[in-house]
Each structure stands twice: as structure tokens, then as C-alpha cells.
Design a protein around this ligand. Structure first.
Ligand SMILES: [Zn+2]
Length: 320
């Protein structure tokens, strides 16, 4: 039962889909969701790697599976097929103990009045995608990387047609707010008014410190069942490839701090692979819970000096 997860001290999520797709040969400009039909084995392998690393929830390869984003690849007539297959592949790789979340990303369009997308059309598109994911057998819907609260509302409205539990995360990547100016506080009060919500929080963004600040602000605002899905630091281009200059210590610190600040769902976004999730799982198991209150006026660095560091001092700082 999904509700059983809420009683745990923490729940392990998976890592990035995009990063791992590129590692498996997806080329830039190619439609990631098309692999649910054309290359299901590779999608299966990515899910399987996270299941083996210890993820309790895995997220489907359907982030851009709405009609607006699929239209960029002339695949807008395949919404149902691509989402259904994405859910089925995840289902097959998950076994009985791991839950499947159907990924739903933003439309890629801007809603009226700033842009041209009508609210009702957005609801309809998100509804179409959600229903296909539900039919494919997902346990919940996972709305991620949103920056506009109105668009998130449209996605929530569309998703609610399925009756499935919903998780929603926004990206707070612009001076502590989303690109469209939503603060963690505003997000918490918005989410607390919604129905069918299972959990909510932050994903993607700039890196561990920024994501932890967001988690702290959500906790202070009374956030419940908070999700932390951080990028593996800031991506940099190196010889034409995207790299992440992140140390293993900072990854482990992030996981332990997120849990100790009260985040319940902990995983990774861009840059994270199964090997990172495995390490997150190990360190959380090995580190006793110690309540860490986030004080808005203090920097995280000051907070860092407070708790005991015995266990974490032993960790290498080699590159991950
Ligand atoms: Zn990301």
C-alpha cells in the first residue's frame, strides 16, 4: 500500500531519466518518449538499475508525453501509446515492492495571459496523458519540474480525473523561487489546498545547497511529505559533454541533511545515476536521524557545523 510509505523515516526515489537516456545513446533533439516504443529494452534497463539500487518509487519515461511537447516531434497523435507503454515498461521492471509514478512535465507552452495556451486546453492535455498513464498501470502521478503555479493547477486538474494519488514538484532555480516567481511558501500553501495530493516538494534546480534551502523553507511553512530530488550539482560542459563537478561527500551530505530537515522522499534529478541512489540509500541507513531545523536567516553552512560529524567524516571526497 502506498500509504505505508508515509509511515517510514524516508523513502528512496530514483535518479534522472534524461541523463541515463543520453548515456544509453539518445541523441539531442530525439524524442525521449519515443523510446518507450522503439527502444523499450533500454528504458527497462534504466528502471531496473534504480530498482536494484534500492529505489522505493521509480518514475516513468513520460516527462514530455503531453500533446504539446510531442508535437515538436510530430508525435502528438501518440500520447496514449507512448504514455501507456512507458507505464508498462516501468511496471515490468518494478516487481512487487517498488511503486510506479507516472511522470508528467510541463507543456512547454506559456499559459494565457502571458502566453497563448488556454487553461482548458492545458487541463485537457494533462488529462489525456494522465489517463493513459493510469491505464498503463501507474500507482500515482508525478507532476515535476513545474515553474508556473497556474500550469501546475491545470496539470493537477487533469490528473485528478484518474483518481490516483498525485505528487507535485516545482523547480526553485531562480534566486530561491521558480522561474515564474513562485516561492516555496506560496507553493506549500497552494498544495495544502489541493485534493488527492500524496506528497509535494522540489526537483531539479541548481544543486544540493539550493535544494536544501527550499526543503527547509517548505518545512518551516508547514510542508508535509516533502520531496527532495536534487540535481547532481550544476552541470558544466566539458569537451562537449555535460559533467557534474560534485563530490561524493556533498551527495551524501545532501541526502542526510534532506532527511534530517524532514524531507520524506529523497532522490536525484539531472546527473544522478543508479550508483548515486545506491549511495544515498546506504548513507541514510547508516546515519541516525538527527533533527535539523532550518533557520531562514542562517546560511546552511552554519547549520552544517552544528550536528555531529563522526560518520560523515569517514566519507571520501572523491568525485562521484
Ligand atoms: Zn533535473
Amino acid at each position: 500500500m502506498l500509504k505505508e510509505l508515509l509511515k517510514r523515516d524516508y523513502v528512496i526515489l530514483d535518479g534522472a531519466m534524461g541523463t541515463n537516456l543520453f548515456m544509453k545513446g539518445l541523441t539531442s533533439g530525439e524524442c525521449p518518449e519515443s523510446w518507450n516504443i522503439d527502444n523499450p529494452k533500454k528504458i527497462f534497463e534504466i528502471h531496473e538499475s534504480f530498482v536494484n539500487a534500492g529505489s522505493d518509487i521509480i518514475v516513468t519515461n513520460t516527462f514530455g508525453g503531453n500533446q504539446f511537447r510531442l508535437k515538436l516531434h510530430q508525435l502528438e497523435s501518440k500520447v496514449k501509446e507512448l504514455n501507456y507503454s512507458g507505464a508498462q515498461i516501468a511496471r515490468k521492471s518494478a516487481g512487487k515492492k517498488v511503486f510506479i509514478a507516472g511522470s508528467i512535465g510541463p507543456s512547454g507552452e506559456i499559459l494565457e495571459p502571458l502566453g497563448n495556451l488556454k487553461y482548458e486546453l492545458a487541463v485537457k492535455a494533462f488529462g489525456e496523458q494522465s489517463l493513459a498513464l493510469a491505464e498503463g498501470g501507474v500507482d500515482m502521478l508525478w507532476l515535476e519540474t513545474f515553474s508556473d503555479i497556474k500550469e501546475l493547477q491545470a496539470a493537477l486538474e487533469g490528473s485528478m480525473q484518474t483518481g490516483l494519488p498525485i505528487v507535485a514538484t516545482m523547480s526553485f532555480d531562480t534566486v530561491g523561487k521558480t522561474m515564474m516567481g513562485v516561492s516555496p511558501n506560496e507553493f506549500v500553501s497552494f498544495m495544502e489546498k489541493q485534493h488527492n495530493v500524496f506528497a509535494y516538494g522540489a526537483n531539479c534546480g541548481l544543486g544540493f545547497d539550493e535544494l536544501l534551502q527550499t526543503v527547509g523553507q517548505m518545512q518551516n511553512a508547514g510542508g508535509k511529505n516533502v520531496v527532495a530530488k536534487s540535481n547532481l550539482g550544476i552541470p558544466v560542459f566539458h569537451n562537449g559533454l555535460i559533467k557534474y563537478n560534485t563530490t561524493e561527500k556533498s551527495l551524501l551530505d545532501y541526502a542526510v541533511k534532506a532527511r534530517n530537515m524532514g524531507a520524506l522522499f529523497i532522490g536525484g534529478c539531472c546527473g544522478t545515476e543508479a550508483k548515486h541512489i545506491k549511495k544515498v540509500k546506504e548513507i541514510l541507513k547508516a546515519s541516525p536521524y538527527e533533527y535539523l531545523k532550518y533557520k531562514q536567516s542562517n546560511s546552511l553552512n552554519r547549520e552544517n557545523k552544528k550536528p555531529k560529524r563522526r560518520r560523515r567524516n569517514k566519507i571520501d571526497t572523491k568525485k562521484v
